[in-house]
Design a binder for this molecule. Sequence first.
Ligand code: AMP
Length: 174
Amino acid sequence: MEYIKSKIRDVYDFPKKGIVFKDLTTVFKDPRALHIIGWDLAQLYREKGVTKVVGIESRGFVFGSILAFELGAGFVPARKPGKLPADTVSATFDKEYGKDTIEMHRDAITEDDVVVIHDDVLATGGTMAAAYELVKSMNPKKIYVNFIIELGQLGGRANLPSEAEVTSLIVTND
Ligand code: AMP
């Protein structure tokens, strides 16, 4: 994990003053980091019967897709408003820097699914709490929650439903 940590770029005051943005494009572009994370994520969920991985737009699409591929599961995008063409469900939430809405196709998940919801970074937890609510409204058998990086100092985990099984590959407190 030290190798992965060394590839994360901290960008100060982006997109607003006071935010330290964890830039993962420097992880995505590194073949070794991409391989290690893809493998480590898959190991976490291999024996869990996962049938769908939900990736949150847009940085959650990268490892969400890799994880789905590795597990032999389907991939489902949770997107910004107005991007999905068919009938959607939506939820609005507060972010570390502003308000936002996410949408999913209403038929994306069925009651037979075992789901991992993946995003790159857990900050305040607002985005994931909204995604969790959307997935839960479709009544899957089980929901797992996954991040590459959890910003521990923001306490976002406390804003996720208490029943959520949350795993983060890296927890930072800086
Ligand atoms: P939140 O809803 O506050 O947990 O924010 C999580 C979402 O915003 C994720 O999709 C992240 O990609 C992005 N995000 C929020 N804060 C940061 C940060 N400090 N560095 C990188 N991404 C962030």
